[in-house]
Design a protein around this ligand. Structure first.
Ligand SMILES: *Cc1c(COP(=O)(O)O)cnc(C)c1O
Length: 410
């Protein structure tokens, strides 16, 4: 028994039991029941406070309930929330313009969740392949990377190599070809005339914050240009400030053909996603050929527009860069002292716990008992992605708590 279980009172237990009884078990949450959040901190039903170092898988890059976004959402809630795209609304145009500017692309297509944005990118890439590249009907192939995470739809899990995520969900969607992450030669070998796009994460987040080898993004860009293949960057988790740049592709000065965005685009208030591309790609979308009842709704557009405005200042990217260096220094000191390895890009770290000490899950539970929320991935890795608004002291607190957990397990 961890101290969390021991200290759990009847109130937490009751909420957990109710959730377990009536909500399907598609997650295995840490045993904490949250009620309130402000900035980087959340409070549980017992009144205990925790530093949130997961930040909704980077949907909460600006922290919990950032006042500027809450204010903008409130104003919009009092005016208009949904029109459907059967009519225009006065929020979508300005949001689309701002997001196109931020990405440097000519157009955007708004959706809601990340998976829908990925689906949109896949559909539009295939269409581009047939209409612009001249691929034979029904032959379009999309290259993906092993260890990927792009969402949960039937088509998206078709190219996942996570057995838990795919078991019993077949038959799967054909038309995908997978290569090892970061392997440029393998990508080049996989690019035949049927290939319309390569879908990749500039940093594999769910995979454990896996960084591509230096030069991989640039090499992939050159390869895509040379072979006329769309470079589709899933920046749903890596984008919008997390890595210290607006997009993780910026680290190699690379501009993909299609950006896939989500998570932080809704500021943690609301699901907002989009893809951004030039008109040679997005201009192929015609009325009725794709859509979403909620995509581009005025509430989503108002929030998304404010998020883009916040990113325009560069303040969050700068914080991620500066605080990320501090996090990296702190975590690197623990390598050989309970950690096997750390990978850091901006304010985003994957820390591999020495499996002889404890599992990632056990480390996350021990951190929870010390007031830090983080989540394990792939057995022995713990991921840290706190809100970009945290202070230097809070970064130190995170490192300090992890040190305690590792020391106590040694
Ligand atoms: C979270 C995530 C998705 C899926 O987003 P949802 O909003 O959960 O559908 C897709 N790609 C990446 C890289 C992600 O991190």
């Amino acid at each position: 028994m961890t101290s969390v279980d021991a200290g759990q009172t009847a109130r937490s237990a009751e909420h957990i039991a109710l959730t377990e009884r009536y909500a399907a078990h598609n997650y295995h949450p840490l045993p904490v029941v949250l009620t309130d959040g402000e900035g980087a901190w959340v409070t549980d039903v017992e009144g205990r406070r925790y530093l949130d170092c997961l930040a909704g898988y980077s949907a909460l890059n600006f922290g919990h309930r950032p006042p500027r976004l809450v204010q903008r959402a409130r104003e919009q809630l009092d005016r208009l929330t949904l029109t459907s795209r059967a009519f225009h609304n006065d929020q979508l145009g300005p949001f689309a313009h701002a997001l196109a500017d931020l990405t440097g692309k000519e157009m955007v297509l708004p959706m809601n969740t990340g998976a829908e944005a990925v689906e949109t990118a896949l559909k539009v890439s295939r269409k581009w392949g047939y209409r612009a590249k001249g691929v034979a009907p029904g032959e379009a192939t999309i290259v993906t990377m092993r260890g990927n995470f792009h969402g949960r739809t039937t088509t998206i899990v078709s190219f996942s190599d996570d057995e838990v995520a795919t078991a019993d969900y077949g038959p799967f969607t054909p038309g995908f070809r997978s290569v090892p992450y970061g392997d440029l030669a393998a990508a080049a070998a996989a690019f035949d005339d049927s290939v319309v796009a390569v879908l990749f994460e500039p940093v594999q987040g769910e995979g454990g914050v896996v960084l591509p080898p230096d030069g991989f993004l640039r090499g992939l860009r050159e390869l895509c240009t040379e072979r006329r293949v769309l470079m589709v960057a899933d920046e749903i988790q890596s984008g919008l400030g997390r890595t210290g740049r607006t997009f993780a592709c910026d680290h190699e000065g690379v501009v993909p053909d299609v950006y896939v965005l989500g998570k932080a685009l809704g500021g943690g208030l609301y699901p907002v996603s989009a893809i951004a591309a030039d008109t040679d790609v997005l201009g192929l979308v015609t009325p009725g050929s794709h859509g979403s009842t909620f995509g581009g709704n005025p509430l989503a557009a108002a929030i998304g527009h404010e998020v883009v405005a916040m990113l325009r200042t560069g303040e969050y990217q700068e914080r991620a860069r500066r605080l990320g260096e501090r996090l990296e220094r702190g975590l690197t000191r623990l390598v050989g002292r309970g950690l096997d390895a750390v990978r850091v890009r901006g304010l985003w770290a994957g820390a591999d716990i020495d499996p002889r000490l404890m599992t990632g899950r056990a480390a996350s539970e021990a951190l929870l008992a010390l007031g830090v929320l983080a989540k394990d991935t792939h057995g022995s890795t713990v991921r840290f992605a706190p809100p970009l608004t945290i202070s230097e002291d809070e970064v130190d607190l995170l490192v300090d708590r992890l040190t305690t957990v590792l020391d106590e397990a040694a």
